[in-house]
Design a protein around this ligand. Structure first.
Ligand SMILES: Nc1ncnc2c1ncn2[C@@H]1O[C@H](COP(=O)(O)OP(=O)(O)OP(=O)(O)O)[C@@H](O)[C@H]1O
Ligand SMILES: [Mg+2]
Length: 349
């Protein structure tokens, strides 16, 4: 069982509150990402789960075991938590062979030579590095070194795997293929994974649920669809995916955007200043029949889509057109825009 329960955990470094009242339950076998901008407390939270950092407040359970409690001054050291961890700088030892790197945790634990051999071979096979055992890291590509770190984290057959931005040093193509490999491994081994990243695409593609953090505080916990389609606030709408923010005014349950001549139903939002958020892919471009009129001012051809900037009522709207049916559209053309979906948040952008 590797359910992880984090109850009201905070971490202070002097005056800095790196993690502020973190509450989450990560279910057995779940893949959960902690996502947020640089410095928001992701690594600190992961290190507290692993036992490399002591919480200033709160409790952490792994399965039924209480591993950290500030109130009870209880702290189980990392080597007693049965966790595999890949660090942000994946830290393979340069002077050791691939085999010795991966076997290291088993040696520390005093396994027999035979067990070390069979378990290490198995871990190398899992990450497709069988045949590389005798090499040293400098004879490997970045992706292969990354897999050494992954094999080392898996060699003790942990029920919980903690990964801190494990793919950030890889190029875009390799990053994509490693995403699938890590997901496959998780399914095959039926382990719980907590995955730290600042890359929203990565979190969206891999996770059952995402914990979005900002400045040490959880902003939302939800499925990738939840956080994308119904972000809890403007910070999340801005951080996950692309978005146009427009200043609006709520009156009688309607959001109007002065200058744009647009009125949108927003019955849930209190009267006063508001922010209308529209994702670029939720605006359609046509010749006529839309709710807004605009002028095409920039065109960025992306291969599988066109990324337009459209001037409308003094605003520049970003519109991503994946239909590609607009070859005959030219800069300076007047176009008609429609809005398929939008969100309204209280307060000015
Ligand atoms: N040992 C430390 N002593 C003092 N402050 C620290 C320490 N470790 C982290 N911090 C601070 O705590 C905050 C959170 O850091 P953390 O490393 O958890 O961020 P992060 O979300 O992992 O960022 P990144 O995406 O850049 O890795 C930062 O303001 C950081 O400067
Ligand atoms: Mg970090």
């Amino acid at each position: 069982m590797a359910e992880v329960r984090i109850n009201s955990v905070s971490k202070l470094f002097g005056e800095v509150k790196a993690v502020d009242n973190f509450n989450a339950v990560i279910r057995d076998g779940e893949f959960v990402s902690i996502l947020g901008p640089s410095g928001c407390g992701k690594t600190t939270m992961l290190r507290m789960i692993a036992g490399f950092e002591k919480p200033s407040l709160g409790e952490i359970y792994i399965g039924e075991q209480l591993v950290s409690s500030a109130a009870k001054s209880l702290f189980v050291p990392p080597e007693k938590r049965n966790i595999g961890m890949v660090f942000q700088s994946y830290a393979v030892w340069p002077h050791m062979t691939v085999f010795d790197n991966v076997a290291y945790p088993l040696k520390i634990k005093g396994y027999s030579k035979n067990d070390i051999k069979s378990k290490t071979d198995k871990a190398l096979e899992l990450v497709h590095l069988d045949g590389y055992a005798a090499r040293i890291p400098s004879q490997l590509s970045g992706g292969q070194q990354q897999r050494v770190a992954l094999a080392r984290a898996l060699v003790s057959e942990p029920k919980l795997l903690l990964l801190d931005e494990p793919l950030s040093n890889l190029d875009a193509k390799l990053r994509e293929s490693m995403r699938f490999e890590i997901k496959d491994l998780q399914k095959k081994l039926k382990i719980t994974v907590i995955y730290v990243t600042h890359d929203q695409g990565e979190a969206m593609a891999m996770s059952d649920r995402i914990v979005v953090m900002n400045k040490g505080v959880i902003q939302q916990i939800g499925t990738p669809t939840d956080v994308y389609e119904t972000p809890a606030n403007r910070i999340i709408a801005d951080f996950i995916g692309l978005v146009n923010f427009l200043p609006g005014e709520i009156k009688d349950g309607m959001a109007t955007i002065p200058g744009l001549g647009l009125s949108l139903a927003a019955p849930e939002v209190p009267a006063g200043a508001a922010t209308v958020a529209i994702r670029p892919e939720n605006i359609t471009i046509g010749r006529a029949g839309g709710r807004l009129s605009g002028t095409l001012v920039h065109k960025f051809y992306l291969g599988d889509a066109v990324d337009w900037r459209v001037e409308a009522g003094g605003f520049i709207l970003r519109v991503i057109d994946k239909g590609m049916e607009h070859d005959d559209y030219r800069l300076g053309d007047t176009v008609s825009l429609d809005i398929k979906k939008y969100l309204v948040f209280p307060g000015q952008p």
